[in-house]
Each structure stands twice: as structure tokens, then as C-alpha cells.
Design a protein around this ligand. Structure first.
Ligand SMILES: Cc1cc2nc3c(=O)[nH]c(=O)nc-3n(C[C@H](O)[C@H](O)[C@H](O)COP(=O)(O)OP(=O)(O)OC[C@H]3O[C@@H](n4cnc5c(N)ncnc54)[C@H](O)[C@@H]3O)c2cc1C
Ligand code: HEM
Length: 425
């Protein structure tokens, strides 16, 4: 909680800080990378830095945290902290690095806001920063401990046991520890970071979901090549160079988008290469003989299962209670730069109603689909929760044990756990 002295100061200066976020971000990264060029080369995604995408995430989330501290002093935005901490852990961020970020962030704030940063203002924002930083450091420490690694030591060498072309732009890599040790356990839906050495000597890191169930002696990731100008650095490198027998560096598994436990029905909503965590979840449900009712709603630019690894795609029909519905986008967005958003919503508009999928006993539309020859309905008494797209998420009174958090990657609604993984590519 913020101290009594800090509350009015943060409240009074929030508009100034919020209004200057772009400039603060610009100067912060300028200073940080001038002092530590290795952070841009080997830790931060330099494509994001160049394109401006995601640059504001760090400073922006501190401002958002300050708002949360003022509006809800007794609660913490745990879902946001958890998502950031998982990402940090997958990158091997250390507690010592928070001092470095603090130094350059606060120097940037002083540069931008000048005399407005009195000692009281600096003190109050210091409190905000360290409340958030310490919360993140604590979650990251727990994640490192659970992964059985020392702080930041997440990397291990894995050998590519097999490279499998799935489609023209998607390839799967089957991975096994290079030292012959067993693969680490993970929860279905989690991801690993992959670190590759690029031709200019930089070692860039990206995240890839584990696309098969846990418990196998090998892991699998499925990578879509990001074309364009410039082409995506790591995905293109993996497509062009990574071959069976090669060794790559991969982090321990992290990520909070995981299969909700229990027996509640599931609605897995994905788009594009965002299907990869869902494939792991489905594979796991099949492997464990689950009888949970599952509705899979997937949207893609081209008919599925184009980006579905063959072996895993085969598990969809094997999942006894799974019902799949998918939509495709038939033409490119006419608006340059807005392709992702347009494709995302139009995919669903063109798709059959995703949550109905012809299986809800109480829904007239489903009854019609069913009588038109769709597979028989399961005996579950779940109600139709359509439409999911375009409707504002809200809490469900029956949510089993978890507080409603609009930032969480899943929510419980109308008897379904709804898990979303929407990729823009
Ligand atoms: C949790 C998580 C799980 C993921 N799981 C998967 C998965 O299972 N499979 C998968 O394929 N992907 C997955 N991703 C996405 C993946 O991590 C990468 O973001 C993706 O592969 C692109 O990385 P890249 O290095 O190829 O592209 P980048 O080099 O990061 O480029 C990304 C974009 O930035 C643009 N860009 C780059 N440099 C510049 C510049 N100088 N100026 C302007 N624009 C520029 C590029 O044109 C491109 O459009 C996941 C991401 C996350 C966060
Ligand atoms: C209080 C301090 C910090 C906050 C609030 C913060 C916040 C964030 C946020 C919101 C993201 C985006 C998460 C996502 O993509 O889901 C992020 C990503 C990231 N953070 Fe932090 N962060 C902090 C400290 C640090 C530190 C100390 C480091 C290490 C030097 C670091 C390195 C990174 C990196 C490398 C990414 C990935 C971004 C990219 O490569 O584009 N962060 N952080």
C-alpha cells in the first residue's frame, strides 16, 4: 500500500506523468541502451524497439499500477503482475536489473518533467516503483524456485530431434535436452523462450508455446514464419537455419495461460498461431482420458488445420467431448496496418457462432444445426453462452473460487471456462 504522504502526491502528478509517457519511454530506453547496449542486443526484442510496439508497456504498466494503488489500495492487480512476472522469468530477468531500470527510468522522468520533480514527488513515485518492482521480484523468485533454477538461470541447451514442416509458413520442432536429462514438467498452455544467435552476433529471444502435452520425453514448439519488411528475425532464422541435430537455447517453461483444472466444461478460443497452447491443452485432455466437454473455437486466415501440427490436430476428434468450430478470413484487410484487428473480428463474424457449435440443448440455433446432421449433442446441460465476440467480459456468479479479473487470460462464464489465445498473425 502507498504511504499516506505519497497518496496525494501521486494523485496530483499522475496526469503529468501519464501525459508524458511517450517522451519518458523514449528517453528511458535511450539512456538504458546507451549505458547497457547488451540489453538491447541480447535481452529486449529489438524489433519491438524499432517499431515502437510494446515500448510503452513498462512505463505504462507502472502508471497503471499507480492508478490501481489509488483506486483499490487494499488489492493488487495480481493477474497483470503474474503475466509480467512469467514473461520476465522466461527471459531470465534478475532482481539486480530492477535497480538499473529504476536508475534510468527516474533519470528520464526528471529529464522530461524537470522542476516538477520535487523531492516529495520523486519520493512518492519511488514508492510506486518499488511496490511494483518488489511484487514482481517476489513472484519471479517463486517462479524460479518452482522451475528449480537459480535466479535468472533459465537457459538450457536442447537438441532439435525432429523438424517437421506443417505448412508453407509453419514448422514444428521436436526438442530434447542436449545432455540427455528428462524434459522439465510444465502445465498445458505454457511457453518457453527461445534464444538464437543471429548473424550480427546479437542473441535475440522470443516466446513459443509448447504445442504438445506435458509428460512426453520431448517437447514440441510450432513456429509461424513472420514475413514482411523487415521479416521477423527469430522466426525467419528458425525457418531458414534450424535443422534436426542442431542445438538451440531454450528457457524453462513459464506462462499463466494454462488449462483450468477441474471438470468444468471448456471453451478454447484461438486465432492464427494462437492455437498452439490450445493444442497442448487438447493433447493433454486426450492423454489423460478427460471427459470434460470442450468447445474449440478457432479462427484463421485459411481453412484449418493449416497451422495445426498433424499429430496434434488428430487429437481433436479423439478428444471425446470436444466439438470444433472454425472460421476463416477469405480476403486480406484493405486497411494497411490494421490487418490484425480486422482479421480478428471478421474471422469470427464469418465463422459459425463459436460457442454454440451446434451442441447446446437450450439453444434454438443449435437445435437447428443439430437436426441438420451435426454430431449428437453431449449429455451436458451447459447453456449456450454465445456470443463471445463483441460482448464485454463479466464475472459469473458461479465462478469457482477465483476472483473476477478482467486481465486474466481465462474467465468462468455460464458454466464454461473460457480460455483465449488470440494471435495477430
Ligand atoms: C506467450 C507467447 C507465446 C507465443 N507462442 C507462439 C507460438 O507458439 N508460435 C509462434 O509462431 N509464435 C508465438 N509467439 C510469437 C513469437 O514469440 C514471436 O513474436 C514471433 O515469432 C515473431 O518473432 P520474430 O523474431 O520472427 O519477429 P520480430 O523480429 O519480433 O518482428 C515482429 C514484427 O516487428 C516488425 N519489425 C521488426 N523490426 C522492425 C523495424 N526495424 N521496423 C519496423 N518494424 C519492425 C516485423 O516486421 C514484424 O512484423 C508467442 C508469443 C508470446 C508472447
Ligand atoms: C517495475 C519494473 C518493471 C515493470 C513494471 C515491467 C513491465 C513490463 C511489462 C508490462 C512488459 C510486457 C509484458 C508482456 O509482454 O506481457 C515487460 C516486458 C519486458 N521486460 Fe519488464 N518491467 C520491469 C522491469 C524489468 C527489468 C528490470 C527488466 C530487465 C532489464 C525488464 C525486461 C523486460 C523485457 C526484456 C521484456 C520483453 C519486452 C520486449 O522484449 O519487447 N523489465 N516488462
Amino acid at each position: 500500500m502507498l504511504s499516506e504522504q505519497a497518496v496525494p502526491v501521486v494523485r496530483a502528478t499522475l496526469p503529468a506523468v501519464g501525459g508524458a509517457l511517450d517522451e519518458i519511454t523514449e528517453r528511458f530506453y535511450g539512456r538504458l541502451f546507451a549505458a547497457h547496449p547488451e540489453l538491447l542486443r541480447d535481452l529486449f526484442n529489438r524489433g519491438n524497439q524499432a517499431s515502437g510496439e510494446q515500448r510503452k508497456a513498462l512505463a505504462g504498466s507502472i502508471a497503471a499500477f499507480a492508478v490501481a494503488l489509488l483506486d483499490h489500495p487494499d488489492s493488487r492487480p495480481d493477474a497483470v503482475l503474474s503475466r509480467i512476472a512469467h514473461k520476465h522469468a522466461s527471459l531470465g530477468v534478475t532482481s539486480e536489473q530492477y535497480k538499473t531500470v529504476h536508475e534510468h527510468l527516474f533519470a528520464a522522468i526528471v529529464e522530461v518533467l524537470g522542476d516538477a520533480v520535487t523531492p516529495e514527488v520523486a519520493q512518492a513515485w519511488d514508492e510506486v516503483y518499488w511496490l511494483m518492482a518488489n511484487a514482481l521480484i517476489a513472484v519471479e523468485a517463486r517462479l524460479y524456485q518452482e522451475a528449480g533454477v537459480a535466479e535468472g538461470q533459465v537457459w538450457r541447451a536442447v537438441e532439435i530431434a525432429e523438424r517437421r514442416e506443417e505448412t508453407a509458413d509453419t514448422v514444428s520442432f521436436v526438442l530434447r535436452p542436449a545432455d540427455g536429462s528428462p524434459t522439465a514438467p510444465f502445465r498445458p498452455g505454457q511457453y518457453v523462450s527461445v534464444r538464437v544467435a543471429l548473424p550480427d552476433g546479437a542473441r535475440q529471444i522470443r516466446q513459443y508455446s509448447l504445442s504438445a502435452a506435458p509428460g512426453h520425453p520431448q517437447w514440441r514448439i510450432t513456429v509461424k514464419r513472420v514475413d514482411g519488411d523487415p521479416a521477423g528475425e527469430v522466426s525467419s532464422w528458425l525457418h531458414a537455419h534450424a535443422a534436426a541435430g542442431d542445438t538451440v537455447e531454450v528457457s524453462a517453461p513459464f506462462g499463466d495461460l494454462v488449462l483450468p483444472e477441474g471438470e468444468s466444461p471448456l471453451l478454447l478460443v484461438s486465432a492464427g498461431i494462437g492455437s498452439t497452447p490450445m493444442l497442448s491443452m487438447l493433447d493433454h485432455l486426450v492423454a489423460t482420458g478427460s471427459t470434460r466437454p470442450v468447445v474449440v473455437a478457432h479462427a484463421d486466415r485459411s481453412p484449418p488445420p493449416t497451422r495445426t501440427p498433424r499429430s496434434c490436430g488428430a487429437s481433436w476428434p479423439r478428444c471425446r467431448r470436444a466439438r470444433c468450430t472454425s472460421g476463416t478470413r477469405s480476403r486480406a484487410s484493405p486497411v494497411p496496418g490494421r490487418a490484425a484487428r480486422t482479421s480478428r473480428s471478421s474471422s469470427f463474424r464469418r465463422a459459425p457462432p463459436p460457442t454454440c457449435a451446434g451442441r447446446c440443448p437450450s439453444c434454438a440455433r443449435c437445435a437447428a444445426t443439430s437436426s441438420a446432421g451435426a454430431p449428437p449433442r453431449p449429455t451436458s446441460t451447459t447453456r449456450c453462452s454465445a456470443p463471445i465476440c463483441g460482448s464485454a467480459p463479466r464475472a459469473d456468479a458461479a465462478s469457482p473460487g477465483l476472483p473476477f479479473d478482467p486481465q486474466a487470460p481465462w474467465r468462468y462464464r455460464h458454466g464454461y471456462w473460457i480460455v483465449r489465445s488470440i494471435s495477430t498473425s
